[in-house]
Design a protein around this ligand. Structure first.
Ligand SMILES: Cc1cc2nc3c(=O)[nH]c(=O)nc-3n(C[C@H](O)[C@H](O)[C@H](O)COP(=O)(O)OP(=O)(O)OC[C@H]3O[C@@H](n4cnc5c(N)ncnc54)[C@H](O)[C@@H]3O)c2cc1C
Length: 413
């Protein structure tokens, strides 16, 4: 019994949606890549709004190689202390902690949620190396290329959790894949560090023991000419940190466009130093000298006319990729997954699906728009429309977002 659900994409949204939906339905996941959880992936903040949902669902902290977020350090360009704030969502909002981890660790645990017999319902069936190439939203059909050639999958409903370049979104909207994606002439240079790499510099002592205090250090340039530049350093496990430097794209704009990619690997450290020195002192610039640095284009998805059509619905980055400054992209994606599981829990007939989709959108849209606007405000990427609105304050954002307790309570509220 239950609906036959095809999920396109086995990332954060696809695997978590499968975990929530399998309790009542039959779930198939089509993932274009190999799910290799040993990769040294980028770091993510999993904040209380989604971490509490994952904990309730049975995700185990001990499987995540995570640290608990305890501090936000604001430093000047010479690493001088400007403000140190305690970030404790449990003490402040009586909810779960917020944590920092590597994406591959979270994905591995979400795979367990989707496929292990420890959870209720039938394990989701996962097809890896299976790339969705076409979707018929009215018929509920998905065409995918895999090792065995082309296959057609048919379901009562299709969930597009296929990320920012979503093919399901383009089928729903009848548009080119790229048409809703926006750039902002902003990129991040990103690199990974081990805690050992920091130990030679005593000015970073505050970052060197993440099992005692872990979090994020933010540094802004002070000179007028470099005001848009920002370096963030944050823990990603008990042994590692990630460093990202925000700056304008310059010659990378052409490189991203001509290579049709949003990531350019292995940027020379000297090129990164050109952007951040002397606006930031050597301790910060040198953080980019230990390991490979990659350039990532900052993009988001413009508000869409529709998140569903016929039998297909999009969630996560496919529906609402946000700019990164509030660290909420993966969190609102997990919220989507939980909401979908809740809204579809008692639905057995395909006729009830359109009303369920309407309910999902009415529950989720304003909330993700709020996150997206705050993210643009914090990173100085406001649209003209944003500038007509009163900016969202940090406390207002924290209270609204970090206290979320799932779809059932949100619907009652
Ligand atoms: C560098 C970086 C740092 C980030 N930091 C944070 C953070 O600190 N906190 C936070 O909350 N968010 C963060 N995010 C955002 C977060 O990673 C995303 O919001 C989140 O991964 C969205 O999940 P998703 O499932 O929608 O998309 P994804 O996780 O991108 O998954 C999409 C999946 O679909 C698959 N796919 C795509 N096309 C096809 C196809 N045609 N056929 C089959 N499969 C397909 C992909 O291979 C992928 O597995 C960060 C993102 C980046 C890039």
């Amino acid at each position: 019994m239950g609906l036959n659900i095809i999920i396109c994409g086995g990332g954060i949204g696809g695997l978590s949606a499968a975990g929530y939906l399998r309790a009542k339905h039959n779930v198939t996941i089509l993932e274009r890549g190999t799910l290799d959880f040993t990769e040294n992936d980028y770091g993510l903040s999993v904040v209380s709004n989604s971490f509490n949902l994952l904990q309730k669902a049975g995700i185990k902290s001990e499987n995540l190689d995570m640290v608990v977020l305890t501090h936000i350090w604001v430093r000047g360009p010479n690493n001088e202390e400007l403000n140190t704030a305690h970030f404790d969502t449990t003490a402040r909002f009586n909810t779960s902690p917020s944590v920092l981890l590597k994406r591959a660790k979270l994905q591995k645990e979400l795979m367990r949620f989707a496929t292990s017999s420890e959870f209720s319902g039938s394990p989701a069936e996962v097809f890896q190396n299976t790339k969705v190439t076409r979707v018929d939203t009215a018929a509920g059909k998905v065409w995918a290329e895999g090792d065995q050639g082309e296959r057609v999958f048919e379901g009562d409903l299709i969930i597009g959790a296929d990320g920012i370049n979503s093919i399901v979104r383009s089928a729903i909207l009848g548009q080119d894949i790229k048409s809703s994606i926006r750039n902002y002439d902003t990129l991040i240079f990103m690199t990974q560090l081990s805690i050992e790499d920091l130990k030679s510099d005593p000015s970073f002592a505050y970052l060197s023991n993440p099992l005692v205090q872990a979090g994020l250090c933010s540094v802004h340039a002070t000179s007028e000419a470099h005001m848009h530049k920002n370096i963030l350093t944050y823990h990603t496990s008990p042994h590692s940190l990630q460093v990202v430097g925000y700056t304008s794209e310059k010659e990378f704009a052409e490189k991203f466009d001509s290579a049709k990619t949003a990531i350019i690997r292995d940027v020379p450290a000297a090129r990164v130093a050109e952007d951040f020195s002397p606006a930031f002192s050597n301790p910060f610039v040198n953080l980019f000298r230990h390991n490979q640095v990659d350039a990532w284009r900052i993009r988001d998805v413009a508000p869409l006319e529709a998140w569903f059509s016929g039998k297909a619905l999009i969630i996560g980055d496919a529906a609402h990729a946000v700019s990164p400054h509030t660290g909420q992209g993966c969190n609102i994606t997990i919220e989507d997954a939980e909401a979908l599981g809740y809204i579809l829990r008692d639905i057995e007939s395909p006729e009830a699906i359109p009303a369920a989709f309407e309910k999902f959108v009415s529950l989720r849209k304003d909330r993700v728009d709020f996150v997206a606007r705050r993210s643009r405000e914090v990173s100085h990427l406001q649209t003209d429309e944003d500038k007509t609105k009163t900016p969202i304050q940090a406390d207002e954002f924290a209270k609204e977002i970090y206290t979320y307790q799932g779809a059932e309570k949100a619907l009652k509220a």
